[in-house]
Design a protein around this ligand. Structure first.
Ligand SMILES: Cc1cc2nc3c(=O)[nH]c(=O)nc-3n(C[C@H](O)[C@H](O)[C@H](O)COP(=O)(O)OP(=O)(O)OC[C@H]3O[C@@H](n4cnc5c(N)ncnc54)[C@H](O)[C@@H]3O)c2cc1C
Length: 450
């Protein structure tokens, strides 16, 4: 077992400090660490790939336990058994050899199985396939008392919980999603390292579609981009519907001079078993810049477009960190019918109140746009945080959620009470106390006051 004292950062630049960094190499070592931590009342924070952007994997104190040595990867028919540290990249490469794929695609492919389960990650393909929880068949979990249990999908929890209201969104990862009779797998998905340690997971694999059209479709106006979202939402086989606004295109232009000069918005699409003629008609009807848009049918094309789309959050992050601030990005989702209303609200607030640089992009098909504010001064940073709180309230008022896919971690834990009442949060805490009575796992995640 390796031991050292460390300073850490997650992908948002949020810092953490641990007295020890432990890298167990076996289940026995991991169980021993957890037992020792419990006996000594030492907080334990679990590290995945640290691509999280809410500070969830950043310890405030105690021990950081990296799962990096849990690397089993067995591919079967329709399923894979993976160690917690296996990355989405690695699953894609191995599953691809058997003509299968793992549907969740948070675009950050270095993210780990353990991390994506604990944030209930989703991303661009969730438009068709939903969030990570839909693809988890079973979990091997180590508990804080050192016991280890295998949980199969459908195995109900053995204690009573109330039903907490879910927002009318297609995705939500704000707190525990409690429901009487729910199963253990659903309880652990999205629990942000606060209930147990995911050691291995059984995940669903799907057959690759025989044909797939991928594209980055450019539009001469923002409205045409949004109109196309409404028009295309119901297209059979569409599995990705991502929005890119004019500011994001401008941010990307230096690296992508081929972005058409007249483009003011873009939609990134993937369509399984596409009807090419129907797509041409659809693109023309939507007023897309057909000749200047990018299309492809191969894995390489898709990867090229993914890298382009992924470049947006990467550039935002680099810019903001260079200026000495943390990423200030929204993760609110609203019911899909309120998508345009929420987008209009974002832009009107930005026009009235935000003096600085910003970009908007993301999972528009799920009513889930990421607004990224890029502060250049302490005052802008303060104002940006104030605006984010305003938007969180507005998202909830429209029937939405304060976190669709990133989780709340430590940076956004203050949003939980905007979506849930004190009694409902207390119900979540009771579950936490049952599984982690001394409140040692993932301290500071979800429940800020603890
Ligand atoms: C450029 C960029 C783009 C991104 N785009 C998306 C996107 O489109 N959609 C999306 O959903 N996310 C996105 N993310 C966020 C991030 O990739 C996800 O949150 C991912 O799920 C984190 O995985 P990880 O392995 O890095 O986990 P970490 O960041 O290491 O940890 C995340 C949380 O899970 C807990 N955890 C990790 N492993 C375990 C385990 N084995 N057992 C128990 N708890 C554990 C941690 O304690 C922490 O609370 C993006 C990030 C970046 C940097």
């Amino acid at each position: 077992m390796d031991v050292e004292t460390i300073e850490l950062k997650d992908a948002s630049g949020f810092p953490g400090t641990a007295e020890r960094l432990l890298t167990p190499a076996s289940l026995e070592e991991l169980a021993g660490i957890l037992k020792e931590a419990r006996a000594g009342r030492v907080p334990v924070t679990i590290l995945g790939s640290r691509t999280g952007i809410t500070g969830g994997s950043m310890p405030r104190s105690g021990w950081a336990v990296s799962m990096e040595k849990f690397r089993r990867l067995d591919i079967g028919e329709g399923r894979t058994r993976c160690g917690a540290a296996v990355t989405l990249n690695e699953i894609a490469a191995e599953a691809g050899k058997t003509n299968q794929f793992y549907a969740p695609d948070p675009t950050e492919w270095t993210a780990s199985v353990g991390g994506t389960i604990n944030t209930n990650a989703s991303g661009s393909r969730s438009f068709k396939y939903g969030s990570t929880r839909n693809h988890v068949l079973g979990l091997l979990v180590a508990h804080i008392d050192g016991t280890v249990r295998e949980y199969k999908r459908g195995e109900p929890i053995d204690f009573d919980v109330p039903e907490l209201p879910l927002p009318a969104t297609t995705k939500c990862t704000a707190g525990y999603q409690l429901k009487p009779g729910m199963d253990w797998v659903d309880l652990f998905c999205g629990s942000e390292g606060t209930l147990g340690v995911v050691v291995e997971a059984d995940l669903k694999l799907l057959k690759k579609p025989k044909s797939l059209l991928a594209g980055v479709v450019f539009f001469p106006t923002m409205d045409q981009g949004f109109d196309a979202v409404d028009a295309w939402r119901g297209v059979a086989g569409l599995r990705m519907l991502e929005f890119i606004d004019f500011n994001t295109l401008d941010l990307m232009r230096p690296s992508y001079p081929e972005i058409p000069a007249e483009a003011k918005s873009a939609l990134m699409i993937e369509s399984e078993h596409p009807d090419a003629d129907a797509w041409v008609d659809r693109l023309e009807a939507a007023g897309a810049l057909l000749e200047a848009s990018w299309f492809g049918e191969t894995d390489r094309d898709r990867e090229r477009f993914r890298v382009f789309r992924h470049g947006a959050p990467e550039r935002v992050n680099e810019t903001v960190l260079r200026r000495g601030f943390l990423k200030l990005g929204s993760d609110f989702a609203v019911p899909v019918t309120r998508t345009r209303e929420m987008a209009d609200y974002y832009y009107s607030v930005l026009k009235e109140r935000w003096p600085g640089q910003y970009v908007i992009y993301g999972h528009v098909g799920d009513g889930h746009l990421h607004v990224n504010l890029m502060p250049a001064s302490a005052e802008e940073n303060r104002l940006g945080n104030e605006i984010m709180r305003d938007w969180a309230r507005q998202a909830v008022a429209l029937g939405g959620t304060v976190s669709a896919e990133h989780g709340l971690g430590k940076r956004k834990s203050h949003f939980l009470r905007l979506q849930y009442s004190s009694d409902q949060i207390e119900a979540m805490k009771q579950v936490k106390r049952r599984l982690d009575p001394d409140w040692l796992l993932g301290n500071g995640n979800l429940f800020p006051e603890d």
